[in-house]
Design a protein. Structure first.
Length: 241
């Protein structure tokens, strides 16, 4: 997952360079901020899912990776402190970038923090109401890649925002697959992810359409010269599709 995060930041940096401006310091701060933001998101997910009873010793979450509290790696209080520390550092980075680039940074970072906190936190619990997938789509696309492009270049165009869509689609497709794997458990706990709402067959169809849309959007971006022809190298993955 850390590689996927770095890739999203690199895409943002490349989009900035393609538009003629690349400044290393805000780019580096953006990469650090993205990594910390995702760490904070994982910590908050673990905390609130444990508090609501979704994460237990028998849950799928505890089987595919150790839960920090349930595995006794850290205490509940320690996990809360870690959440506060990581978010505080990230807010400090946001303040620095805002001073460098302007109020727009608050819009990108604040929106990402809002989605991250309320992905599983009450009262909104986006994941529990079929909105978690949309939140991930927005975060990994417009907010993460678009935000990196903006702080690196100091500006962002509509073309660059559209160019964030393919990667956002891929990450969301991965999440759809994960939620399909956990459909029965999520349904039992009342966690209404999009696959739970749609049913596994319809969710699979939506995921397939997303994967097809990835290639169609890439082709459109090349035809409109938003992206260069080298991105068509992704077509070598069509047999996998």
């Amino acid at each position: 997952m850390r590689k996927a995060l770095v890739i999203s930041a690199v895409i943002g940096g490349l989009l900035a360079a393609a538009h003629g401006t690349f400044v290393w310091i805000p780019f580096a701060l953006s990469v650090i901020g993205i990594l910390l933001a995702h760490a904070a998101n994982n910590l908050m997910n673990d905390f609130f899912d444990m508090e609501s009873g979704v994460d237990t010793d028998e849950s799928a979450r505890a089987r595919y990776a150790p839960h920090p509290v349930l595995a006794k790696v850290i205490t509940r209080a320690g996990l809360l402190r870690a959440i506060v520390v990581v978010n505080t550092i990230n807010i400090a980075i946001g303040v620095i970038l805002t001073a460098m680039r302007g109020w727009e940074v608050v819009l990108f970072a604040g929106s990402g923090l809002f989605i991250s906190v309320f992905y599983v936190a009450p009262p909104l619990k986006f994941k529990h109401h079929g909105l978690g997938e949309l939140g991930v789509f927005l975060t990994w696309g417009v907010l993460m890649i678009g935000g990196t492009t903006f702080v690196t270049a100091g500006t962002i165009t509509l073309d660059a925002l559209v160019a964030t869509l393919p990667y956002a689609i891929l990450v969301t497709a991965v999440l759809m697959g994960k939620h399909m794997d956990k459909l029965d458990q999520d349904k039992a706990y009342g966690t209404n992810t999009l696959p739970v709402i749609l049913g596994v067959r319809n969710a699979a169809r939506v995921t397939q359409l997303m994967m097809i849309a990835f290639y169609l959007i890439i082709a459109l971006l090349v035809l409109t010269k938003t992206l260069g022809p080298w991105v068509l190298l992704v077509c070598f993955a069509l047999p996998r599709l």
